[in-house]
Design a protein around this ligand. Structure first.
Ligand code: FAD
Ligand code: NAP
Length: 494
């Protein structure tokens, strides 16, 4: 049964036009006499790590707060489901904590609700004392170069969405018939994409990677992956664990350009420890003659990967007379300044690299979802101070929408706890107006029903979860994801 059906069975009605309760109030709720003792109602938009960690902190800190989480998709967990690489199952253990939060008696999940389309932020603000925007970064930075739209060029966001079963990326079907792939950007997402392109199928088939992706990768002709960065080895954005995975990836060998590392050894001593260890591993991989065993492993490898530094994309090149890519033109850069802050400056020289696949992995980007919410288009974030949206009382933000699209789950957790603390402070200080009772999900459910939108509850999600795990079991995988919203809704409601 859909969430709103449950709610209606309790006969709680709210009229947005009439501005108040119009029917009898439910058992345990606030009557007019007890308005001041009403429990604070908070709604969260987005059920990724930011949404769940914000909810968790609020529920733990106050015994009276009620939290509703609205999610666009019928399934929860955001990038933990649709971003984290399938061969990193341990990272997804955070889902256990999120599930505990979702099942808490003072937390409700409403999936299949697209905030900004099905319900506006203003409507949410009328229904709740506080609204927290935690809807992540669903766009991507574009390269802004000619040829970017040619067939064979993909954003990492779409490529990752494809292998992770994001419904909107189901039909991407990237063409993997070429030998060389170029990935632009050298962050952890770039390394995820490189690893998925080059991993032996026997490894991937034990993960929750989607079946169509597995079949496409089994046929893939990609043998060489170049991971291109605009700055140098000392500025690389990936972390050591992910680099180590590349170095040890079975059936692959590294292929670097020694000259890219000129002067790097000398700079080691001044680097902070994590950066120093990362750079040492790169130097070892690029320049040292490996031991006998490693030499043998490398000589047998059928695939190669390598970093290319000091290169910025200037044009994606087309095959003559075709709309398919033939290669990429890279500007050769030099660095001005040193350390993290060093800037890539064009030298005027360019280099053409033949390739049949380009994945642009230069960052995700948050998008505005409702014109009533302040949005900083330059930084692509909701402008905020400690999670309080500027010039918008009662409105908060957390996660990537608050900080921009960087940071691992632990970083997102901390910034979401900070936002929750701001909300709690505002509740305690009276800055957040809680003088009037708010209807919460009851009014929103009524609106959604009027608009023909049926939310997916957390127990509906658990049905989807069960079906996916069962399908996976028969293939020796942890899960086989449902790939369309229609299929998810069908399972949820039958
Ligand atoms: P998200 O996780 O994106 O959650 C946002 C949620 O909001 C989504 O569920 C989305 O569907 C929903 N939403 C969007 N629009 C609406 C709307 N209009 N209405 C309602 N809901 C909406 N970190 C690690 O620690 N380890 C890793 O291995 C790791 N791998 C990663 C791999 C990739 C490819 C990426 C991109 C990131 C990875 N991260 C990893 C980082 C981690 O995923 C982020 O720190 C974290 O997911 C950010 O959380 P968030 O809640 O802000 O955004
Ligand atoms: P990222 O770490 O910010 O890396 C972005 C890369 O794109 C950098 O190399 C950056 O180079 C480059 N870039 C940005 N703009 C560019 C431009 N205009 N032209 C050329 N290059 C450009 O972002 P990400 O890889 O998308 O990862 C996002 C976050 O998720 C990170 O915090 C990451 O650690 C996390 N994540 C973690 C894991 C994991 O833990 N396993 C996996 C995936 C993602 P510059 O440095 O020169 O700007």
């Amino acid at each position: 049964m859909g969430a709103h059906k449950l709610l209606f069975s309790e006969l709680k009605l709210w009229t947005s036009g009439g501005g108040g309760w119009i029917a009898r109030l439910h058992k345990g709720g606030c009557g007019k006499a007890s308005l001041s003792s009403c429990s604070p109602k908070v709604c969260i938009v987005g059920s990724g790590p930011a949404g769940f960690y914000t909810a968790q902190h609020l529920i733990k800190a106050r015994q009276d707060v009620e939290v509703d989480i609205y999610e666009r998709l019928p399934v929860p967990f955001g990038l933990v489901r649709f971003g984290v690489a399938p061969d990193h199952p341990e990272v997804k253990n955070v889902i256990n904590t999120f599930t505990q939060t979702a099942k808490h008696s003072r937390c409700s999940f409403y999936g299949n609700v697209n905030v900004g389309k099905n319900v506006s932020i203003t409507e949410l603000q009328q229904a709740y004392h506080a609204v927290v925007l935690s809807y992540g970064a669903e766009g991507n930075r574009s390269m802004g170069v000619p040829g970017e739209d040619l067939a064979g060029v993909y954003s990492a966001k779409d490529f990752v969405g494809w292998y992770n079963g994001l419904p909107s990326c189901r039909e991407l079907s990237p063409d993997l018939s070429c030998e060389t792939a170029v990935i632009l950007g050298q962050g952890n997402v770039a390394l995820d994409v490189a690893r998925i392109l080059l991993s032996p199928i026997d490894i991937l088939k034990k993960t929750d990677i989607t079946q169509p992706t597995l079949e496409a990768l089994a046929e893939s002709q990609v043998r060489r992956v170049l991971i291109v960065g605009r700055r140098g080895p000392i500025q690389i954005a990936c972390t050591i664990k992910e680099l180590r995975e590349m170095v040890n990836l079975p059936d692959t060998r590294p292929d670097m350009v020694a000259a890219d590392f000129d002067g790097v050894k000398e700079a080691l001593k001044d680097l902070p420890r994590p950066r120093k260890r990362l750079t040492e591993l790169m130097l070892k991989t690029a320049l040292e003659v490996p031991g006998e065993k490693e030499q043998e492993r490398r000589s047998k490898a059928s695939r190669t990967w390598g970093f290319r530094f000091f290169r910025s994309p200037v044009e994606v090149l087309a095959e003559p007379g075709h709309s398919r890519i033939a290669g990429i033109r890279l500007a050769i850069n030099k660095l001005e300044g040193s350390g993290d802050g060093a800037q890539a400056v064009l030298t005027g020289e360019v280099e053409d690299v033949p390739c049949g696949l380009v994945v642009s992995s230069i960052g995700y980007k948050s998008l505005p979802i409702d014109p009533s919410v302040p949005f900083d288009s330059r930084k692509a974030i909701v402008p905020n101070t400690m999670g309080r949206v500027k010039q918008a009382a009662g409105l908060y933000c957390s996660g990537w929408l608050k900080t921009g699209p960087t940071g691992v789950i632990a970083t997102t957790m901390n910034n979401s706890f900070d936002t929750a603390r701001s909300i709690l402070e505002d509740m305690d200080s009276g800055t957040l107006d809680m003088s009037a009772a708010k209807p919460g999900s009851q009014s929103i459910s009524a609106l959604l029903e009027k608009r023909g939108v049926e939310p997916v509850t957390f127990s509906d999600w658990e049905k989807i979860d069960n079906v996916e795990m069962k399908r996976g079991e028969s293939r020796g995988k942890p899960r086989e994801k449902l790939l369309t919203v229609e299929e998810m809704l069908h399972v949820a409601w039958t």
